[in-house]
Ligand binder design. Sequence first.
Ligand code: IPM
Ligand code: MN
Length: 346
Amino acid sequence: MYNIAVIPGDGTGPEVIVEALKALDSTGVPYQTIEFGWGGEHYLKTGETLPEGAVDELRDFDAILLGAIGHPDVAPGILEKGILLNARFQLDQYINLRPVKLYPNVETPLRDKGPEDIDFTVVRENTEGIYAGMGGILYEGTPNEVSTQVNQTTYHGAARAIRYAFELTRRRDREKLLHLVFKTNVLTFAGATWWRAFNEIGEEYPDIKRDYMHVDAACMWFVKNPEWFDVLVTDNLFGDIITDLGAMIQGGMGIAAGGNINPEGVSMFEPIGGSAPKYTGQDVINPLAAINAAQMMLSHLGEAEAADRVENAVIKALESGRIESMSAGRMGMGTSEMGDFVAGLI
Ligand code: IPM
Ligand code: MN
């Protein structure tokens, strides 16, 4: 019996979580959930993002399923830092895993590219870099205002992300090709740390080919030749940016999911699209991203067979031709109808 912490969150988060749990139910994998009402509404009522002790409570679960965090009445940064980044950092979820996979019948904006061309995974370092929050602001509000935002990089942090990526490349057993993506031509200090870690650890994986790309070039090749990629590893900010590009080429925010992974601790799975407040409560948001997040969670928990059944059901649903688009409001069916459809196929 798995214990799953569920944080439905804001906007359309709760709606897509309902559909993800429907999919989980259909697998027959035994689980129970405890729901936590953290998010924008809770913050506006109480002034609290994650309450005292919340993170310790989360540590006792087998996994966490998150809907979305983000509220139009809360200033940018408060909920992101207070809930999402706080959980990622304190639970030491040092990998942000983002599969970029184009399923059949899903429209990609890339002309002449199909599912055989778009199937790679980005391993984003998830606890360091510019996200660590080092820096500050002086003489604020004056013409002399100075702000620094430090890109904090450690060998340990880069190395553990890189090692995870090598292991994943081996497990995927496809091209056996791992790209390091960075910006070593400008960020020469952090670049040196990533470069050394990549090559030193790479020596332990003689079966895996190593390649390097600057992050700007990677953006270019995601669009031009996505079939070149198998697994990529990169730092927190670059990973944030290129995985939104990745999400677009796999069909958009309606379908893209990610995992915040602590291989030795508790991991958190989420659709990566955000809370989409304007669609709240209209039964128009695409639940496939949340269902895919649940699929990643099953796979992480070691329920490979159930995870495959969920993925195959999503593929079958898409192959049926009944789903007209990945975009909210244009799917040809409602959120709950689509959830029922996929659950039925599981
Ligand atoms: C993501 C999101 C978050 C990030 C935001 C909401 C803090 O964009 O998961 O990619 O930047 O990591
Ligand atoms: Mn992002």
